[in-house]
Design a binder for this molecule. Sequence first.
Ligand code: NAD
Ligand code: UD1
Length: 333
Amino acid sequence: MAVLLTGGAGYIGSHTAVELLSAGYQVVLADNFCNSSPQVPRRIEQLTGKPAPIYQLDVRDADALEQVFKENQVDAVIHFAGLKAVGESVERPLLYYRNNLDATLTLLEVMAKYSCHRLIFSSSATVYGDPERVPVNEDMPVGGCSNPYGRTKLMIEQILLDAAAADPGLSVVLLRYFNPVGAHPSGLLGEKPNGIPNNLMPYITQVAAGIRDHLNVFGNDYPTPDGTGVRDYIHVCDLAEGHLRALEYAETHRGAEAFNLGTGVGYSVLDVVHAFERANGLTIPLVFAPRRAGDLPAYWADAEKAARLLNWRTRRSLEQMCADSWRWQRNCD
Ligand code: NAD
Ligand code: UD1
């Protein structure tokens, strides 16, 4: 019995592969490497001492995907494959709708054909749009996403809810990630953004590495304790463990269920900068800049449902996230 990880060579998929293999699962990866490196499967094997077979394919290619199901007894799928750059999705919306929606529809059709009934989906906290209050819990309404990327997540959630409603045998878990950061403590796996990073942590590590000369802090006049934006940063290894718990949950539950994967604690931009400086003994030069369009002041998870039903809690501190991010930055070139 194997777990198929679409997008398994990517940032979150690769960490989840390590977690699953270490827990004794058999894993198969499928990725077209449009945002990852063919070296990743080897690094997963190096870390776990177990095989991580990889199929280089586009998930939208039904014939290629069927081959994976023919050659492996796929018992469950974790669907990471998707495009995720918010800015690019505004510029090239059709690319995002075509890639993210088609990949999911093709996957669902192939799964049905091969009687595979368990699916874990990489959703995002972005589906809550601009929530009426924080922390955000799973009963709050979804919608009002500000960009095409976020709308693909929302649409896919709806597709999966409809599919689960129509097929009582299907088990779907929607995992709404908050802000994944950090890297594997070995320094062998992590996230390598293309071009200028959009997200806070990779920007900070590039400043630390001297690639950028300072961090622009987007807004210091928010109604937050220090005026800078507050988010729920989660270590990617904690996030990976959440997938393991979700797989176990989906073994015994039918239907579709959504879970927030966050720490339940919000940290400001300045909290992150100071934690990074403390963890790594470095100074990060910064400049206060205007607010970034589309940013919310404060956003963090109510993580109680995942604790209660998945028996999952985060364990790693903000300092660990910063130390592991920096180790990866130094190793990744
Ligand atoms: P990533 O880009 O590192 O990984 C995605 C992988 O999918 C890449 O390896 C890419 O090559 C592959 N891929 C994309 N389209 C494909 C296709 N059609 N066929 C085959 N492979 C394809 O991103 P990640 O950070 O690991 O994110 C994984 C998932 O989690 C994505 O769906 C993303 O939208 C979602 N997510 C990520 C974050 C985040 O901050 N990283 C937050 C919320 C949700
Ligand atoms: C961003 C996306 C969100 C996506 C998520 C994926 C936007 C508006 N939102 O979320 O849709 O799901 O990434 O990880 O793009 N910051 C700075 N300086 C920087 C970068 C960021 O001050 O150079 C601040 C931001 O204003 C924010 C915080 O750091 O307050 C976190 O930003 P980021 O890492 O981009 O995450 P989100 O904005 O939460």
